[in-house]
Design a protein around this ligand. Structure first.
Ligand SMILES: [Mg+2]
Length: 427
């Protein structure tokens, strides 16, 4: 082959689209190409899908030399008939029409995903000028996750349109731009309270100090905007003054991980991601989580303990909204990962800067203001669904688990999968 030759098919060369469909069985693909081989054709494109035992196999091939097409059609049809399959052969020219500019992945999480919802999503995509090139299922557990590969629409427009409609439709929709960037994500940083865990750690401490109502009142005032995060942190921690340091152990034991948290972290670690947490809560809990879950990074506020008692003060730099974004940058720098290749997950207004700083910001069961500002939102209570936004399928998660075998982790949580199932059952 000379240097000027490429395998690309010129637009004016006659080509045939050969489509086979029917009941799947071993050997169909080999059989079709064996049949075509007699005509010395070049394969331009192949796509095959099997759904519940039915195969759809499409082959785009160069047309045979003059006079050969009639014979090819007869041969393919009689081969298909012998196997009880249907065949369709369509003449045309060149390769597939180039797909439109602007490629996006639209991940839909449905619980359940109904045909009405699917119709609404598809028409919303069409309304943006987008074309659905491919659809496939990422997961059936714990929710149905389906990915649409869309071309021809601006990713930003697609995201805004679908984000607005996802609430009405009753599904979670995440839109991310296609491309290598998506496959290059290497650092995931999570909020802790109501994200990695189901609890708010300050409330667990307050319960031991008997000051839940007072703490809740300060939280309310902060939500009304009367106090900023730092003021509310100091006010709430002050209520814990005099508490015996032994409650730290009790609180650690009370923390309930969010369903799917272990699956998310275990899978990300296997894929070579670095995983960290940042929290407006306390290092007394986050350091413990870091050790138990094998996290790479953890940062939070530290409760001051003197003579075996909480002093009601925090020590060191306060982790607030700006602090969380700063820590994401620091972790990314330490991990040697550009910010565009980071993912942040959080639920509160405190997480907004971090979510916007990351390449992909995921609002997890968040308040509407956070949902609107994030790149993607998940509103089902399973943290492992974030994997689907990264294009990782449930099958990949499960085969990685099977490969690793049982009991590979000794983190004191017992069997991970059962633990996650129990967490789910407890929802
Ligand atoms: Mg939170």
């Amino acid at each position: 082959m000379s240097a000027s030759q490429t395998s690309e098919v010129p637009a004016d060369v006659p080509t045939l689209l050969v489509k086979i469909f029917g009941k799947d069985r071993p050997g169909i693909t080999a059989g079709l190409f064996d049949t075509l081989a007699a005509y010395s054709l070049d394969v331009v494109d192949i796509e095959q899908v099997v759904t519940r035992g039915r195969i759809v196999l499409c082959a785009l091939v160069t047309a045979p030399a003059a006079g050969g097409e009639g014979g090819l059609r007869a041969t393919v049809h009689s081969w298909a008939e012998s196997l009880g399959l249907q065949a369709e052969i369509i003449s045309g020219r060149g390769d597939n029409r180039p797909r439109g500019m602007g490629r996006s992945h639209v991940t839909v999480l449905g619980n359940p995903l109904t045909s009405e919802k699917t119709a609404a999503i598809a028409s919303a995509i069409t309304a943006t000028g987008g074309n659905i090139d491919r659809i496939f299922r990422l997961a059936k557990y714990p929710v149905t996750a389906v990915e649409f590969a869309v071309s021809g629409a601006d990713t930003g427009l697609l995201r805004t349109t679908l984000a607005t409609q996802s609430h009405e439709i009753g599904v979670d929709i995440a839109v991310v731009a296609s491309g290598l960037q998506r496959r290059a994500q290497r650092l995931v940083v999570m909020d802790v309270d109501s994200t990695l865990i189901q609890d708010e750690v300050i409330e667990l401490f307050a319960a031991h100090a008997g000051c839940e109502a007072e703490v809740a009142e300060v939280t309310e005032r902060a939500m009304r905007g009367e106090l900023d995060f730092e003021q509310s942190l100091h006010a709430r921690v002050a209520l814990l003054a005099g508490l015996d340091a032994s409650v730290v152990e009790k609180v650690r034991a009370e923390v309930r991980l969010t369903p799917g948290a272990r699956t998310l972290i275990r899978t990300l670690k296997r894929l070579g991601y670095q995983v960290g947490v940042v929290s407006g809560g306390f290092t007394q809990v986050t350091d413990d989580l870091k050790g138990r879950l094998g996290l790479d990074f953890a940062s939070a506020n530290t409760l001051e303990i003197v003579d075996g008692q909480l002093t009601g003060r925090v020590v060191g730099e306060v982790v607030d909204r700006a602090g969380k974004a700063r820590l994401l940058r620091r972790f990314a720098a330490e991990a040697g990962v550009p910010l565009a290749q980071t993912v942040a997950i959080g639920d509160g207004a405190n997480d907004l800067d971090m979510l916007n700083t990351a390449g992909l910001g995921v609002a997890f069961n968040a308040k509407p203001v956070v949902r609107r500002a994030a790149h993607a939102a998940v509103n089902v209570p399973f943290l492992d669904t974030v994997l689907y936004l990264l294009g990782i399928t449930r099958e990949e998660v499960e085969s990685a688990d099977a490969e690793a075998g049982d009991g590979d982790e000794d983190d004191g949580y017992g069997d991970d999968r059962y633990a996650d199932a129990e967490d789910r059952a407890g929802q």
